[in-house]
Write a protein that binds this ligand. Sequence first.
Ligand code: NDP
Length: 342
Amino acid sequence: NTRVVLAERPVNRAPVEGDFRIERVPLADPADGEVLIRNGFLSLDPYMRGRMSAAKSYAEPVQVGGVMPGEAVGQVVASRHPAWRPGDMVLGNTGWQEFGVLPGERITRIDPNLAPASYYLGVLGMPGMTAYCALLYLGEPQPEQTVLVSAASGAVGQVVGQIAKIRGCRVVGIAGSDDKLAYVRDQLGFDAALNYKDRDGGTKEFETLSREVADCCPDGVNVYFDNVGGVVHDAALANIALHGRVIVCGTIAVYNELEKRDIGIRWMRQLLVKRARMEGFLVFDHAHRTEEFRHTMAGWLSEGRVTYKEDVAEGIESAPRAFIGMLAGANRGKQLVRISQD
Ligand code: NDP
């Protein structure tokens, strides 16, 4: 079994490949009540950067020397649990490794006839559910309203924009490269998109960004779906409409600074002036909506109303590099690692 463990915590810096270690260990046998899973696809998600840090958060950090956490889809190869048989396709948090052993209660069945197995890590899984629950239940978008979303072409963002279009909204995306802007506009039907980076690859100044958001959102921003925080958040809040809603879903712009003091909120007075609402979101709080989400999203996928782009790295050894790249915006769509072919 090949696995990836945390070798060193990156403190106030971006992770590098040396922070991870690839290990080869003997295959573990499942104990009573457990199953052995051979992973097909591993999901790489920004939250894993937080788990590498010892800073206080909503979840415990991974220990140095511990297997990097992460969800995967795979096939049961041995079972000592009555509910599971070899061949069953399942989803579970095995971490970054080829094979995982989990208690039978901690895995869920997936239906590869409904959608490709990898979709259960993306549009039909945690990122899709994040987009669905946060947009619809916190954002409450109304037809004709303007929805602005950052990290717009990513795992969560691409779904947010498409659901907002289904709800009859005007959708504006923010992303960090021109091909990402083209993707959301031309393939996903966003109404407008803007690049938050300047020509040198740095983040644009607040004044420039705020003006560009105003140009793309002439009637103001009714819902800002914030995946990034930082100056992009400032520019969105400066343009919030009367009774606007800001969903704080992610703050990836500061994931490499979690050990420092927290960032403040500029333009907070906008919340008062525009009687706007800002609310934090955590997908686990919405677990009771899983069935509703899966059913609705599966329908949209089969009708072609939602499409989904994946970026697949090959082999478990490629996980550290793909993860580092994803945090820096190298991914084109949902970042996955293919671990085995079948
Ligand atoms: P993505 O697929 O969108 O990948 C991350 C993207 O973030 C990169 O591609 C990059 O795109 C963008 N990014 C990186 N650094 C910056 C920066 N400094 N400023 C602006 N954008 C940046 O990831 P996900 O869709 O999986 O996740 C998106 C966000 O949602 C993350 O913050 C994540 O933590 C959060 N999240 C929160 C959940 C919750 O329950 N609260 C659940 C799931 C996700 P670009 O090229 O556009 O810069």
